[in-house]
Each structure stands twice: as structure tokens, then as C-alpha cells.
Design a binder for this molecule. Structure first.
Ligand code: KG4
Ligand code: ZN
Length: 334
């Protein structure tokens, strides 16, 4: 008999539902919330309201696309955290109610572990152990992945996340939220060495991105005093130089992590792993260092329920179920 799981992801501003059968993703639907663009960032209250509007049609479409009937589901999974509490509540309440009505188990999934497990959706799947650089809007972590369920964060950011560094500097360049993909696009036409920005020294395997933000801000302010059109005239070079700096910061510590652990299997995950410069750099460094590298498909980089479904599949095999009393966690350690 097949194992059919419906998974819901609602931790931030995207409502997503996915159906997985025996570890194969049959559907992965995502409703993006454009409303936040006007505010330059995610507005939590608006995000929860949009999740409420989107969740029924998104789940409905995911089930239809997968051609799986509600009565054939074996479990309902949802993101337990970390994330915005109001957003998490919509997905978890919906998931719990549906599981109760169908009398099937609940699987509560850790959002950051799920970003890592997105590597088990398609082939080639990494062998254990491997290192995963998980870079998103809220987190930047180097994760030592021991098996599908056991992971250890061996390095993390002490302030901003890499995605935040992209989005906040993008805002200084006049790009709408989220600016990360626009920096990526503009960087393709620019010189990555045109401008030099601060690279912090952080102890151990940790990261810091707040200094870069300040460095870009002061540099732009100084240049604009002499040339008010400096940003408009240098969008490509500024984008390329900012992107290059973020990637170099990420790789310096990642390299240290591979040396310290002796692990030469390296993956990237999370929204920022969609960045073309980061993807190319992983391939290049991987070749130089003799690493086996893993890069997820674009649709599984940014938030999606496919990664929640694949995580839930491995939790199902391990009988890692949650009770109806489980509540979402805005902050959620490994
Ligand atoms: O994983 P994700 O979808 O949501 C969180 O869990 O935070 O990551 C979103 C982040 C945003 O900061 C966005 O700007 C960034 O990923 N991002 C990118 C690219 N695509 C998404 N950053 C740089 N280049 C991209 N192509
Ligand atoms: Zn995420």
C-alpha cells in the first residue's frame, strides 16, 4: 500500500500545499502574496489573512493535481516552525482539523530541516554525512546532516541572514521587496570587483551580515554627495559587487567547516540557494576542492510544501507523529 501525505507550508508569506506518495512529490502548489511588495517587507497580519484566503484553494488544487483522494491520505503534515506565529497558526490549525476529521496522524515539520531535506526530492540524493549551507530570508546556517532526521547546526549568523543582506541592500538600490532575485538579475551585467565592501571577522563557523549593510549604505551616501545619480548609473556593478561579497563571506566559512569536519559532500539550500552566482560558485569551489556538490531545483529552494512533504515522509517512516495538542513555534531549535 502507498503512503500518501498532504503537506502544508505557511511559515512566512507563501501558502503552499504538496502531496507526496512514497517519497515522490506528485504536486507542489504555491500561492505567492504580492501584497507585501507595497510595504517593502512582509507584514505579519496581512500574511496570516492571506494564508486564510489561500489555504483551501491551494490544498484543493494540490490534491486534484496529485489525483489523490482525501480518503486515501495516510497523514497530514505542516510546518511547526520557525516562522511568523500568525502564519504558522493558519497552516497548523487547518492541518490539525483535517487530520482529526479524517482520523489520520499529524506530522509536525521543522522548516529549516525541511529546506535541507529538499535534497531528497530528486536524484542524485546526497549520502550521509553531508554539510548543508542553508541560506534563507530568516536564517543562515551550516548544518551537519547525520541522517534524514538528525542534524546539527555547526555555524550560524549572529545578526542578519544572507537573504536579509540581499533584501536590505537591494532596498538601498531602489529594488522592491524581495530584492534578492533582482540583485541576482542585475549582477549578471556587472563587474563583481567594481566596488569593495566590508567583510566581517566572526569567530568559529559563524556569520555576520549587518556590517555589510552599513558598509553599502555609507558608500552609497558618500558617492551620492558627488553624483546624485550614482545608484541609477551603477546598478549592475553595485549588484554584482554586493552579490560577490555575500558569496565570498558565505564560502570562506563553508570552506573552514569542510576542513574542520573533513566532510567533502556539500549542499546548499533555502531561498538564497536560488542565486545564480552562489550556485555557480559552489560548482567551481567544489571542483577545486574535490567536493561532491548538491544544488536543489529552483522550485525547491524558496519556501515550498514539497520540502515539508518529503520531510514528513521520512518522519512517517520513523513513526514521528505529533498529537492534536502540538502548537506552532515562532522560534524552533534543532
Ligand atoms: O527560504 P525562503 O523562501 O524564505 C525563508 O524561509 O526566509 O528565502 C527567501 C529569501 C529572500 O531573502 C529572497 O530575497 C532570497 O531568499 N532569494 C534570493 C534569490 N531568490 C530568493 N536571493 C538572492 N538571489 C536569488 N536569486
Ligand atoms: Zn524558508
Amino acid at each position: 500500500m502507498s503512503i500518501n501525505i498532504l503537506a502544508i507550508e505557511s511559515s512566512c508569506d507563501d501558502t503552499s500545499a504538496s502531496v507526496c506518495q512514497d517519497g515522490k512529490i506528485l504536486s507542489n502548489l504555491i500561492a505567492n502574496q504580492e501584497i507585501h511588495r507595497a510595504y517593502g517587507g512582509v507584514v505579519p497580519e496581512l500574511a496570516s489573512r492571506a494564508h486564510e484566503e489561500n489555504i483551501v484553494p491551494v490544498v484543493d488544487q494540490a490534491m486534484k493535481k496529485a489525483k489523490v483522494d482525501l480518503k486515501d491520505l495516510n497523514a497530514i503534515a505542516f510546518t511547526l516552525g520557525p516562522g511568523l506565529l500568525g502564519s504558522l497558526l493558519v497552516g497548523s490549525s487547518f492541518g490539525k482539523a483535517l487530520a482529526l476529521s479524517l482520523d489520520i496522524p499529524i506530522i509536525a515539520v521543522h522548516h529549516m530541516k525541511a529546506h535541507v531535506l529538499a535534497h531528497f526530492i530528486d536524484d542524485p540524493k546526497p549520502d550521509f554525512p553531508f554539510l548543508c549551507l542553508t541560506v534563507s530570508g530568516g536564517h543562515t546556517q551550516i548544518v551537519l546532516v547525520k541522517n534524514h532526521l538528525e542534524m546539527e547546526v555547526i555555524g550560524h549568523t549572529i545578526d542578519d541572514a544572507a537573504g536579509e543582506a540581499f533584501d536590505k541592500t537591494a532596498k538601498m538600490l531602489g529594488f522592491p521587496y524581495p530584492g534578492g532575485p533582482l540583485i541576482d538579475k542585475n549582477a549578471k551585467l556587472g563587474d563583481p570587483l567594481a566596488f569593495k565592501f566590508a567583510r566581517p571577522r566572526v569567530p568559529e563557523l559563524n556569520y555576520s551580515f549587518s556590517g555589510l549593510k552599513t558598509s553599502v549604505l555609507y558608500f552609497i551616501q558618500k558617492q551620492q554627495k558627488e553624483n546624485p545619480s550614482f545608484v541609477e548609473n551603477n546598478l549592475a556593478d553595485l549588484s554584482a559587487s554586493i552579490q560577490h561579497t555575500i558569496i565570498e563571506i558565505l564560502f570562506k566559512t563553508l570552506l573552514m567547516a569542510t576542513k574542520k569536519t573533513g566532510i567533502k559532500r556539500v549542499a546548499i539550500a533555502g531561498g538564497v540557494s536560488a542565486n545564480s552566482g552562489l550556485r555557480a560558485r559552489l560548482q567551481q569551489v567544489g571542483q577545486e576542492q574535490g567536493w561532491e556538490t548538491f544544488i536543489p531545483q529552483f522550485q525547491y529552494c524558496t519556501d515550498n510544501a514539497g520540502m515539508i512533504a518529503i520531510s514528513a515522509y521520512y518522519q512517517y517512516l520513523a513513526k514521528d507523529f505529533a498529537g492534536q495538542e502540538v502548537i506552532p513555534k515562532a522560534r524552533f531549535g534543532f
